[in-house]
Ligand binder design. Sequence first.
Ligand SMILES: C[S@@+](CC[C@H](N)C(=O)[O-])C[C@H]1O[C@@H](n2cnc3c(N)ncnc32)[C@H](O)[C@@H]1O
Length: 254
Amino acid sequence: MDYPRSIGTGSKRSDGTGIGTVYPAQAVATDANTTPAIPGYLQDIYRWAYLDNRNARILDRELIVKAILWGQHRRLQQAAFAEIKPGQQVLQAACVYGQFSPALAQHIGSDGHLEVVDVAAVQVNNCRRKLKHYKNAEVRHQNVMHLRGYEVDIACSYFLLHEVPDDCKSDVANVLLDSVRPGGKAVFVDYHKPHWANPLKYFTSLVFETLEPFAKGLWRKEIAEYGGNDERFVWHKEVYFGGLYQKVVATRLN
Ligand SMILES: C[S@@+](CC[C@H](N)C(=O)[O-])C[C@H]1O[C@@H](n2cnc3c(N)ncnc32)[C@H](O)[C@@H]1O
């Protein structure tokens, strides 16, 4: 497969914050048969969280995920799983800390198939370890933005979009939409702009401004818009926890 040659990390702002950095949508060069390059935003913003083995071991616990999501993780996971039936073929875009993937493999059962795709070797190895007892699941080392030719029942993104730059949000959304067969669904669970009266709104805003520079892209724009309001799909959105989280389901008509 042909991809643009390596651009590596984005072009940095002179203050060194990384915020305002331009991360080209195709920020990496890779080939299906080679190790994918780490996207610039992951290297610059999330290295500590996803590329460091020791930190990954600490963070990869249900309790941590539960705390980060204000105790809503189980509810949000159930909301995602409610869209997925046993026996279905599922593409999961990016690894998730905790037991999300083993629970999903369990949920779809032995007639189903789960493929998790992640660009970071640390995460791929970690997830392979968690899924080693599930014969219906595999983990692929690849950049989600470079996936082509998939035809699955469900393409699922669980808290990936808020971590990628806005132009990459569109790339991820479009790749996932293109992977869904007629009758199937793309399921996105992620952050959302909280209701004005949500007491967590200002704290979340501070966290995003400090640690998650691309998250507010989901406050400004609907996930359906990132997916180009693709007319092959019927779009449905539900919000949770005072609007802090959302589930968007795009069901493919034809
Ligand atoms: C799903 S997101 C965040 C999930 C959530 N914060 C959690 O509890 O883990 C984190 C993952 O996305 C992966 N990732 C980021 N950009 C990616 C891309 N373009 N392709 C594949 N994986 C990507 C990272 O390597 C990391 O494993």
